[in-house]
Design a protein around this ligand. Structure first.
Ligand SMILES: *Cc1c(COP(=O)(O)O)cnc(C)c1O
Length: 371
C-alpha cells in the first residue's frame, strides 16, 4: 500500500492510460456530438418548434406532474398510453408499438436487435447522422448510397446497393434530413420490395409533409414507421414511437432498457395528446411560413434553396457557406453548417423555419451579409 496521495496530474495520467487501453479505439477516435451554446441567440439550428406552450396547458402539465410517484419505477406496461398514442397519431390497431427515449433511442434499438457484427445498414446519404452512428456503435457496416447531384433520391443505386449488400436494415428518412426532400411513394415501395430485412421509414417530419406510410403497415411485413414528438414542439420531452407488425416490435422490445420512458413523460404525454390541436396549430403555422421564407431566401444573391417538406430549408451559398454561417453566428443567429460534412453538401446551411420575427431577422442579417 502506498501511503501518500498521488499528485493530481499523475492520477489524471493514470486514468488516461486505463481509458486508452479500455475504451474502444473507434469511440476514442470520434468527437462527441456537438451542441452549440444558444444563450441569447435566435435558434434555427435544431428543427425545434419556435413556439412554447400556452399558460393553461403548462398549468395542466404541472398538475399532472405533481401527482406522480417519483419513488416508484414506471409501470411495466404502458398499455393505456399506447392506446392514447394510437388514437392521437393514427397507428393501426393491429400494429405493435415500441416507445423510445426519443427516436434516436429507437434507431439504436433497431440496429441492436437486428445486426450481428459486420451486418449491413443502408440509407440514402447524406441523411440523418444517427443512422450511421448507431450502426457503427453496434459494429454493423454502414453503407450510405449517395443522393444525386440535385439531392434527389438515386433509386436505381439504392436498389442495386440493397441487392448487393443484403442489409439487415434500410433507414429512409421521409422527408429527409438534412435535405428536406420527400422520397416518392413508388420509390419507397420499390425499396420495400427489394429489401431482404427491415425497412424503417423515419417520419420525424411527417407533420410538415402531410404524407405517411402508417396506414400501409399491414400491407408490408418488412415495414416499420418511426415517429417522434420532437419536431412538433416537444423536443425536450424525449419521446418517440415505432410501429410495425407485432412480430417485429416484440423482438425490438427485448433490447429496450426496461424503464426507458420515465414517470414524468408518462404523466405529461396524455395531457399533451388531449391538447393536440395546440401542437397541430403550431405545425400549421410553420408550414404556412415555409414557402414565403424559401422564396425570400431564393431571392438573395447567389443562393440555391432546395425543396423541403419539413420544418427547415437547406440553402446553398456557393463559395461562402462557412463564412455565412460564421457571420450569422456573430449576429447571434444559429443555423447548422453542413459544409465539409459530405461533398454533396458543400456550402450548405440547414435553417429551421422559425417564428415570423425570427425569419425576418434571419433575412435581414443575410441581406446584409451577402451584399
Ligand atoms: C430529429 C430527428 C430524429 C430524432 O428525433 P428524437 O426523437 O429527438 O430523438 C430522428 N430522425 C430524424 C430524421 C430526425 O431529423
Amino acid at each position: 500500500m502506498t501511503g501518500a496521495p498521488r499528485p493530481r496530474g499523475a492520477q489524471q495520467d493514470a486514468a488516461a492510460d486505463v481509458v486508452a487501453r479500455t475504451v474502444r479505439a473507434d469511440v476514442r477516435a470520434v468527437g462527441a456530438y456537438h451542441v452549440a451554446d444558444a444563450a441569447g441567440c435566435i435558434k434555427l439550428d435544431a428543427m425545434e418548434s419556435p413556439y412554447g406552450l400556452p399558460p393553461a396547458l403548462r398549468e395542466a402539465i404541472a398538475r399532472a406532474v405533481g401527482g406522480t410517484a417519483l419513488n416508484r419505477y414506471p409501470d411495466a406496461d404502458p398499455g393505456a398510453l399506447k392506446d392514447q398514442v394510437r388514437d392521437a397519431f393514427g397507428v393501426p390497431a393491429e400494429a405493435g408499438l415500441v416507445f423510445g427515449n426519443g427516436s434516436d433511442e429507437l434507431i439504436h434499438l433497431v440496429v441492436q436487435a437486428t445486426c450481428e457484427p459486420g451486418d449491413v445498414v443502408v440509407s440514402p446519404w447524406p441523411s440523418f447522422v444517427y443512422f450511421e452512428m448507431a450502426a457503427r456503435q453496434c459494429h454493423a457496416r454502414f453503407v450510405g448510397v449517395p443522393l444525386r447531384e440535385d439531392l434527389t433520391l438515386d433509386l436505381a443505386a439504392l436498389v442495386e446497393a440493397i441487392r448487393r449488400e443484403r442489409p439487415k436494415v434500410v433507414f429512409l428518412a421521409v422527408p429527409n434530413n438534412p435535405t428536406g426532400g420527400l422520397w416518392p411513394d413508388e420509390a419507397i415501395a420499390a425499396v420495400l420490395a427489394a429489401a431482404p430485412g427491415l425497412v424503417v421509414v423515419d417520419e420525424a417530419y411527417q407533420p410538415f409533409a402531410g404524407r405517411t406510410w402508417m396506414p400501409r403497415l399491414a400491407a408490408h411485413p418488412n415495414l416499420a414507421v418511426m415517429r417522434t414528438v420532437s419536431k412538433i414542439g416537444l423536443a425536450g420531452l424525449r419521446f418517440g414511437y415505432l410501429a410495425a407488425h407485432p412480430a417485429w416490435t416484440a423482438e425490438i422490445d427485448k433490447v429496450r432498457p426496461p424503464y426507458n420512458i420515465g414517470v414524468l413523460t408518462r404523466a405529461v404525454l396524455p395531457v399533451l395528446l388531449a391538447h393536440r390541436h395546440v401542437l397541430d396549430g403550431h405545425a400549421a403555422q410553420v408550414c404556412a411560413d415555409r414557402e414565403p421564407l424559401a422564396r425570400a431566401l431564393a431571392g438573395l444573391p447567389g443562393t440555391v434553396v432546395y425543396p423541403s417538406a419539413a420544418n427547415f430549408l437547406l440553402v446553398r451559398f456557393p463559395g461562402r457557406g462557412g463564412a455565412v454561417h460564421a457571420a450569422l453566428k456573430k449576429r447571434k443567429i444559429l443555423v447548422r453548417n453542413f459544409d465539409g460534412s459530405h461533398p454533396r453538401l458543400a456550402d450548405c446551411l440547414r435553417i429551421s423555419v422559425g417564428a415570423p420575427h425570427e425569419n425576418q431577422a434571419l433575412l435581414e442579417a443575410l441581406t446584409d451579409i451577402l451584399n
